[in-house]
Design a protein around this ligand. Structure first.
Ligand code: PBG
Length: 341
């Protein structure tokens, strides 16, 4: 039936009608709030390129977690800024690592909150890469004993890194992390982590794999927040090329075969087609990460009064849901939850 019998504007006439026929709804229980924890006490240091996002000491992070939970946001994902960095990412897997301390405190103080642990080594490595760095011609033993020379040809060693990721995952779980979320993009890490968790008796700890994580310029502000910028080179030999959708499907498939319980696409808005394709093809819970650069762009424009912050924030989140993600990691989790009331 065509016009004039059909008039699509009939259902857009009032706010009530538009609400009634809305296809995609946002609720705070879809959100995960990323947090950056650092040593010290009473520390609340705003990230320059992410206004409204802070490096928080454990006590402040617990306060913030309580607020997040009271707003109806069910989960946080934790990133750590360690005291000290080295070549084997000791701060990532140390029993008293900064995320481990935070997890113990949050479990005690905010027991209903789901704690996700981002598993990656870049924040804890002297060189800022997500895996062990080995210079050309160097032995693995030498590589983990001293910082690599900045100019030398190097590789990010895949298989030896898996052991550190597995160790980190077990350590985080022991400290109270509920969901392990590897973001390093080494091949085989989901399988290595699953085996290590099972061997340690953590058969019920789910893995949310950053399965399709693209090498992206949108991570810039995060690297300032987490102090994790690579000191030389870039992440293109392990994170995905932004042009590749079919390869993203292979990455996801591989992680599912290795035992991932949930999958993630990251970043979100520049990769909505990847989210939609993943939703179509796989039946696992699907998450998307609205990353630091996506947040920073909206904030920068809003601060100039070039766009309406709330409107663009909600529109960006709805678009991620509409593309097919059921879980959204976003720095707007608190603000959006407040607005959704
Ligand atoms: C760690 C990691 C990164 C992000 C999440 N985990 C940065 C990176 O890969 O360089 C990015 C999150 C964001 O930009 O908000 N590897």
């Amino acid at each position: 039936m065509a016009f004039p019998v059909t008039r699509l504007r009939r259902l857009r006439r009032t706010g009530e009608l538009r609400n009634l026929v809305r296809e995609t709804r946002l609720t705070p229980d879809a959100f995960v709030y990323p947090m950056f924890v650092c040593p010290g006490e009473g520390v609340r240091k705003e990230v320059r390129s992410m206004p409204g996002v802070f490096n928080l000491s454990v006590d402040e992070a617990v306060r913030e977690a309580r607020e997040v939970h009271s707003l109806g946001v069910p989960a946080v994902i934790l990133f750590g800024l360690p005291n000290k960095k080295d070549e084997v990412a000791t701060g990532a897997w140390a029993e008293n690592g900064i995320v481990q301390q935070t997890a113990r405190a949050m479990k005690r103080e905010v027991p209903g909150l789901i704690l996700m642990g981002d598993v990656c080594l870049c924040e804890y490595m002297s060189h800022g890469h997500c895996g062990i760095v080995k210079a050309a011609g160097q032995s693995l033993g030498a590589a983990v004993a001293a910082p690599p020379a900045a100019t030398a040809e190097y590789e990010i060693v895949n298989d030896a890194t898996l052991e550190l990721l597995a160790r980190t995952s077990v350590s985080l779980t022991k400290a109270g992390i509920d969901i392990i979320a590897p973001s390093d993009m080494m091949d085989g890490r989901v399988g290595a982590i699953r085996r290590a968790l099972d061997e340690a008796g953590f058969i019920n700890t789910p893995i949310l794999s950053y399965a399709a994580k693209f090498a992206s310029g949108f991570y810039g502000p995060f690297r300032e927040a987490a102090d994790s910028t690579p000191q030389f080179g870039d992440r293109r030999s392990y994170q995905m090329d932004s042009a590749n959708l079919r390869e993203a499907m292979r990455e996801i498939e591989a992680d599912i075969e290795e035992g991932a319980d949930m999958i993630m696409v990251k970043p979100a808005m520049p990769y909505l087609d990847v989210i939609a394709a993943a939703r179509e093809r796989f039946d696992l819970p699907l998450a998307a990460y609205q990353v630091s650069g996506e947040y920073a762009m909206i904030e920068a424009a809003a601060r100039n009064n070039w766009i309406d912050r709330e409107r663009v924030m909600m529109e960006s989140l709805v678009s991620i849901r509409r593309a097919g993600a059921s879980i959204i990691l976003t720095y707007y989790a608190k603000a959006a939850a407040k607005l959704l009331g």
